[in-house]
Structures are given as structure tokens and as C-alpha cells.
Write a protein that binds this ligand. Structure first.
Ligand SMILES: *Cc1c(COP(=O)(O)O)cnc(C)c1O
Length: 373
């Protein structure tokens, strides 16, 4: 048993290229002294990522959160934005920091993405956009969301931070809505240490984002927008170029771990797994389990038990963003019962590309022990 071997396992671990590979990649930065401001690495990574993600344009940013704030500004949104409270706090923070009011919508029980059936009743004459989240790499009901948006003249910006490389019937997940945000944070499937991007098919939007992330500067003597500074630097882009070369290995490692989790945990009473969606490729970004009443322990009990055995896990997402102190009085969590139930029951288990199936066996032995107790 993993516990008896005393092997501590963290919930996540960054994927890394070889040290020499990264050093080779940054050599030209030292020689050329072009460290940031849309240099050669930045340009190459934007081109390669657009190709990999299957989208017309990619605009790189310092991180995913900032990318989301900038695209909300670029789209000129006002008033209310319909979104999900079952997400990382970044999504809601980006909306509120952009001067917009989040209106919280419930999620679907199966994949925990925003429920299109609940969106329309939340639309008012102040609504300007929908910001859904592709939770754990499961894709939102993009068809239904697109129809609602068209019917009511709303913009759609997807938080695709979890959905790097996911394809829907062969189509890149970043092709839906007006724009999608990807995060390249160190813990994500693909990373640039810190980083993020907006994917879109709107050439005008990409040009605007390029200016906005560089202070709104159009030419040396003209500032067109009240922009900020959110440019990815060349060292981060170099890490991205290295990691993109290894993405297939990273995904294969994650898949092997996820396959073993499914085999081992699929039959445990009271433990629900998120099922892969029809026609949607998986990126194995997270391995969440939903702890039901039939399981021997509560979610919090399982979290504590794993921690005692040296196994990291994460209550992800918990609490709902609408429950954070800074959002008291905004929205009303009571209208999102499915999101609330999921937040109380979900636990993300350790997952990273180097997590071995034998490590997963150790973790599952510990979980089975808890189920029996
Ligand atoms: C990681 C993440 C973000 C923020 O991305 P950063 O690159 O860390 O700024 C936003 N939303 C979700 C759902 C995320 O998982």
C-alpha cells in the first residue's frame, strides 16, 4: 500500500522539459537581447498554439486571469454577465474587476458546466454577456449557449482554462463563442510558468487585444485605448515552446493515471466519476470524484484521511465563488443548488503527467480502505 511505503504525493506537479532543452531554447534570447514586447519566441508560440488549438488567432498574455479581464474590456461589455459560481475565483474576480455584475447560474449535474436551461430566466435588459467555464475539460453545451446568445444579442466568452487542446467533433474548443481564455499557469496541462491566451476567430478583436496589452499604444505617438501591460515575456514563451514539443508525452502520462483511477474507483458505491462526453477529446486535466452519501466518509472526511496518509487532494471547486466574503450580497447562491451540492462533494485527486499507475494504485488502496471503514 502507498501509505505503508510512506510515499507522499502532492495533488499536482508541474510538467517540465529537460533542463538542457530549455537552456538551448533561451540561448537566442541572451544573444539577441529581445526579452519581451512580442519578440520572436512570443510570435512563434502564438503561431504554434493557434495551430495546436485549431483556432484562427491566439493572443498571448502574462496569465489567464489578465487575459480574461482584457477580453472583457476589449468587447466593451457593460451591466450584467451570466456566469457560474462553480469555478476558480479568477472567473468571478475578472468579471467584477471589469466593472460588471456577475449573475450566478446553476450547473448541470452530469458535467458541472453551466446549465443552458437556467440561463434565459436570468437575462435582463442589462445583460451583455455569458461567461461559462469548461469545467475539468468537460465542454459546455456550446450549441445551446450559442443559440441563447444569438437570440438575445449577447457576447459569449468561455473560460477554457481547463480545456487546453480539447476538441469537440474535431473542432478546437477555442472556436466557440466570441473568445476563449486559456491559462498556461505552472499547474495546468500546458504551461509557460505563468501565462495565458485569448483564442478567437475575430481578427479585429486580436488587433485590439495586441494594443490593449501594450498600454493601448497604437503607434509611438498615439494611444488608442486605456490599456495596461499584460505582455508575455520571451522566457515564458520559450518554456511554452519547449512544453508544446512534449505535450503528447504529458497527455499520455495523465491518461495512464486517469485510466487507472477509472478502473479502480468506477465500482465503489457512493463515488461518482465525471463521465467523458460523446465526441469530445479528453485532456486529463483533473481527476475529480463526487463523494455521495453511500460512501463511507464525507468529502471532507476523505480529504482529511488522504492528508493523514500523505496524499494531497483539493476541494476544487469549493466554496462556490458566490460564497466568498467579497461577494456577499452579489448574486444569490440559493439559486444554484446543483452547484452548491457539487462544491460540497467534489474532491480532485492527485494528477500530473509523471504520476505512475502504481502511485494511483496506492492512492486507490487508501480510498478503498476509507470506503470499507
Ligand atoms: C487557472 C484558472 C484561471 C486563472 O488562470 P491563471 O493563468 O492562473 O491566471 C481561471 N479560471 C480557471 C477555471 C482556472 O482554472
Amino acid at each position: 500500500m502507498g501509505a505503508q511505503q510512506g510515499k507522499n504525493i502532492a495533488v499536482t506537479r508541474s510538467s517540465m522539459p529537460g533542463f538542457d532543452e530549455y537552456v538551448d531554447e533561451i540561448r537566442s534570447i541572451f544573444e539577441g537581447r529581445w526579452l519581451t514586447n512580442m519578440g520572436p519566441k512570443h510570435q512563434e508560440l502564438e503561431r504554434l498554439l493557434a495551430n495546436y488549438l485549431g483556432v484562427p488567432y491566439v493572443s498571448l498574455f502574462t496569465n489567464g486571469h489578465t487575459a480574461l479581464e482584457f477580453v472583457l474590456q476589449a468587447l466593451g461589455l457593460e451591466g450584467e454577465v451570466i456566469t457560474t459560481p462553480f469555478t476558480f475565483v479568477s472567473t468571478t474576480n475578472a468579471i467584477v474587476r471589469s466593472g460588471l455584475t456577475p449573475v450566478f447560474c446553476d450547473v448541470k449535474e452530469d458535467d458541472l458546466t453551466i446549465d443552458p436551461a437556467c440561463i434565459e430566466e436570468l437575462i435582463t435588459d442589462r445583460t451583455s454577456a455569458i461567461v461559462p467555464v469548461h469545467v475539468y475539460g468537460s465542454v459546455c453545451d456550446v450549441e445551446a449557449i450559442g443559440q441563447i446568445a444569438r437570440r438575445h444579442g449577447l457576447k459569449v466568452v468561455y473560460d477554457a482554462a481547463h480545456a487546453f487542446g480539447v476538441q469537440v467533433n474535431g473542432c478546437g474548443v477555442g472556436s466557440f463563442g466570441d473568445a476563449s481564455m486559456f491559462s498556461f499557469h505552472a499547474t495546468k496541462v500546458f504551461h509557460t510558468i505563468e501565462g495565458g491566451a485569448i483564442a478567437t476567430d475575430d481578427a479585429e478583436l486580436v488587433r485590439k487585444l495586441a494594443k490593449l496589452k501594450n498600454f493601448g499604444i497604437a503607434t509611438p505617438e498615439e494611444v488608442e485605448y486605456v490599456g495596461g501591460n499584460a505582455k508575455m515575456n520571451e522566457f515564458a514563451a520559450a518554456m511554452g515552446l519547449c512544453n508544446l514539443r512534449h505535450i503528447d508525452e504529458y497527455l499520455a502520462g495523465r491518461k495512464a493515471a486517469c485510466d487507472r483511477y477509472r478502473e479502480r474507483l468506477g465500482g465503489i458505491p457512493g463515488m461518482r466519476l465525471i463521465e467523458p462526453q460523446q465526441g469530445v477529446s479528453q485532456n486529463y486535466a483533473y481527476f475529480p470524484v463526487i463523494v455521495g452519501d453511500e460512501f463511507g466518509l464525507s468529502r471532507d472526511g476523505l480529504f482529511d484521511w488522504l492528508q493523514q496518509q500523505g496524499i494531497g487532494s483539493r476541494k476544487y471547486f469549493y466554496p462556490l465563488t458566490s460564497d466568498f466574503a467579497c461577494y456577499q450580497g452579489i448574486g444569490d447562491g440559493a439559486h444554484t443548488p446543483k452547484a452548491r451540492d457539487a462544491a460540497a462533494r467534489v474532491l480532485a485527486l492527485p494528477l500530473y503527467s509523471e504520476l505512475l499507475p502504481s502511485d494511483v494504485d496506492g492512492i486507490c488502496d487508501i480510498i478503498e480502505h476509507a470506503a470499507r471503514s
